[in-house]
Design a protein around this ligand. Structure first.
Ligand SMILES: [Zn+2]
Length: 142
């Protein structure tokens, strides 16, 4: 999939800029989290992009746990009224879980492109050799 006519892009750099993984110039997203149908600069079809639950997993492992830990710390340390959790903890959790999604989705889509990741396909058996001039394979040490 990577095109030799374009320089190889870093998946992290593409994610930070939300840029096309082939040319690094076009936009990867149409809106906040929806992947665009194709690159508006080089025309790369983004149909291959399928990060599935990957972005949510990375958000849970990196930002959701500390955000929830903040709420637990607040509760156990100060025992505040419930309304304070709605005012303070809920926005912290929502922001910490929503904002990084775009980065992680861009990173996973760019990594898919750079590393040629795709769904597995069944390999077809190689055609039988029928060339009579072909030399037989060496059979190993004699
Ligand atoms: Zn592009």
């Amino acid at each position: 999939m990577p095109d030799p006519a374009y320089p190889t892009q870093s998946p992290v750099a593409c994610a930070v800029r939300s840029a096309c993984p082939r040319c690094g110039r076009g936009h990867l997203f149409k809106g906040f989290l929806q992947v665009a149908p194709s690159c508006d600069a080089c025309g790369l079809d983004y149909a291959f992009a399928d990060p599935a639950d990957g972005p949510a997993f990375f958000v849970m492992m990196t930002t959701a746990i500390p955000a929830v830990a903040f709420g637990l710390w607040l509760e156990l340390t100060y025992n505040p009224p419930v309304w304070l959790h709605f005012v303070l903890t809920l926005p912290v959790v929502l922001i910490a879980c929503t904002l990084p999604l775009r980065f992680f989705k861009g990173w996973l889509v760019a990594s898919q492109y750079v590393h040629r990741a795709a769904e597995g396909r069944l390999a077809r058996p190689a055609p039988a050799r029928t060339d009579p001039a072909a030399k037989p394979e060496p059979s190993g040490p004699a």
